[in-house]
Design a binder for this molecule. Structure first.
Ligand code: SDX
Length: 435
């Protein structure tokens, strides 16, 4: 438990007035210490200024630790490499949500709770009919998940621990069902009801690819790859979508509305939408002979083209998830006997980029999105579903972070300030007197 009590301070001195202000330094369990600026405006009359939060800690958290310089990612102290190799997504969900890996009894209870929340109210089926069949499934998910709260008035009291837990379980369990329904709707195929005899990953694949007229046999390699992909995308500290969920939750909005806000934020190609953008980029590059031209475009500040799947705000080393995904990619493509030229192209692109000083100097390495799309494509998902799958996994992180925030006694509504650079006060001018 880290406290606010500290003997370490930073002293700020105002060069104009000579006044000094002491700001406390807080140490975490791992990672850089923080300068506690909560009293800074009151003490100095100055705000801090950090528009993209590159140097700002927004909260205390026990859930995920990232060391961007060393390429380390821990969930409640367990490395992502070990969890991806030895755990399951549902076990990781329990770990993120409750703080520890479950014992057998706890796992069976958690699995039962999630399994028996996977169905959605029949009325929700009608939500989908309002969308065009070619609607982007992330647009569908934003709408349908936001509407979930209208079905669960019995679990909207965020101050009741039991209702918080039920809402968290409902979201973790139902979002895969809603995601699969958005895919089926785009195909004009009937929705598949969840099956309680299948694992989380098997059930998701069944709801996506199963068809009523014939039995669906889950491919264990695909189910294992799906489970691993879900683990790798489950949580990632205070990224844009998680920060969106926390800020929405700080206003005491209900958890369903908060997760819908997180889905909207994740959709952006700079964030969770990058996995779709990587495949589109590889298809646009088309052949390895074209790589140099696109790398030059990526370096050109006047060209909006960026090397999708490369770079990261925090990782200035390899994203540990990319390495695990690359291995899973090889396994899936080999098992399915698929020789996807995009994989060769991606590997050649990675090789050339990582020899280019522009990318090396800026420490732009492949991130989680660089290889995930190739596996998902091989598994049969269209690119439009890639970010939806990211949302299915990240829902576990979002609800865990939301729950941690609500349970933090000192949490208050998030309300940043600004540096105002607009017009000074001026009188109203009637329209007939305007130039
Ligand atoms: C995710 O935050 C998380 O944890 C996110 C995530 C999670 O699990 O939640 O990890 C998931 O969102 C991964 C990132 C997926 N996005 C992409 O792959 C899109 C491509 N990447 C970039 O858009 C970018 O790298 C970001 C958005 C990921 C990071 O942006 P930053 O930290 O604001 O970095 P920056 O734009 O300030 O870049 C620093 C420099 C700039 O050049 P200079 O001004 O120094 O000359 O690097 C350049 C940028 O132009 N640069 C790139 C680049 N990424 C950064 N140049 C070409 N291609 C790129 N991909």
């Amino acid at each position: 438990m880290t406290s606010d009590a500290t003997t370490k301070t930073f002293t700020l001195t105002n060069d104009q007035t000579g006044e000094s202000t002491k700001l406390n330094v807080l140490d975490g369990a791992e990672g850089p210490p923080v300068i506690d600026v909560r009293s800074m405006y009151a003490d100095t009359g100055h705000f801090t200024f950090d528009p993209s939060f590159s140097s700002t800690g927004s909260c205390k958290s026990r859930i995920t630790y990232i060391d961007g310089e060393k390429g380390i990612l821990l969930h409640r102290g367990y490395s992502i490499e070990e969890l991806a190799e030895k755990s399951t997504f549902l076990e990781v969900a329990h770990l993120l949500l409750n703080g520890d890996l479950p014992n057998k009894n706890q796992f069976e209870n958690f699995k039962h709770d999630i399994t028996y929340h996977t169905m959605v109210h029949e009325q929700i089926n009608y939500f989908y009919r309002g969308f065009r069949r070619d609607a982007h499934p992330m647009a569908v998910m934003c709408g349908v998940v936001g509407g979930l709260s209208s079905f669960y008035h019995d679990s909207l009291d965020i101050w009741d621990p039991e209702q918080r837990e039920i809402s968290a379980h409902r979201l973790i369990a139902k979002i895969p069902t809603l995601a699969a329904m958005s895919y089926k709707y785009s195909l004009g195929q009937p929705f598949m009801y969840p099956r309680n005899d299948l694992s989380f990953a098997e059930n998701f694949l069944y709801m996506c690819f199963g068809l009523p007229p014939e039995p669906y046999v889950v491919n264990p390699v695909l189910a294992n790859a799906m489970d691993k992909i879900l683990i790798l995308h489950a949580d990632h500290e205070q990224n844009a979508s998680t920060s969106t969920v926390r800020l929405a939750g700080s206003s005491q909005a209900n958890p369903f509305a908060c997760i819908s806000a997180g889905i909207a934020s994740l959709w952006g190609p700079a964030h969770g939408g990058a996995n779709q953008a990587v495949l589109e980029m590889l298809d646009e590059i088309g052949h390895k002979d074209n790589i140099p031209e696109y790398l030059e475009r990526a370096k050109n500040k006047d060209d909006p083209f960026r090397l999708m799947g490369f770079g990261h705000r925090v990782y200035k080393n390899f994203d540990p998830r990319a390495g695990v995904l690359k291995k899973a990619c090889d396994e899936v493509l080999e098992d399915l006997g698929i020789n996807d030229p995009r994989l060769e192209l991606a590997m050649e692109l990675e090789r050339i980029a990582l020899e280019d000083p522009y990318f090396v100097d800026r420490k732009l390495f492949p991130n989680v999105d660089f290889y995930s799309g190739i596996i998902l494509k091989a598994m049969g998902f269209p690119t439009s579903m890639f970010t939806v799958l990211f949302a299915v996994a990240r829902t576990v992180g979002w609800v865990s972070q939301w729950k941690e925030m609500i349970e933090e006694p000192s949490h208050r509504i998030g309300r940043p300030r600004q540096l105002y650079i607009g017009a000074e006060k001026r009188p109203y001018v009637p329209i007939n007197k305007r130039k």
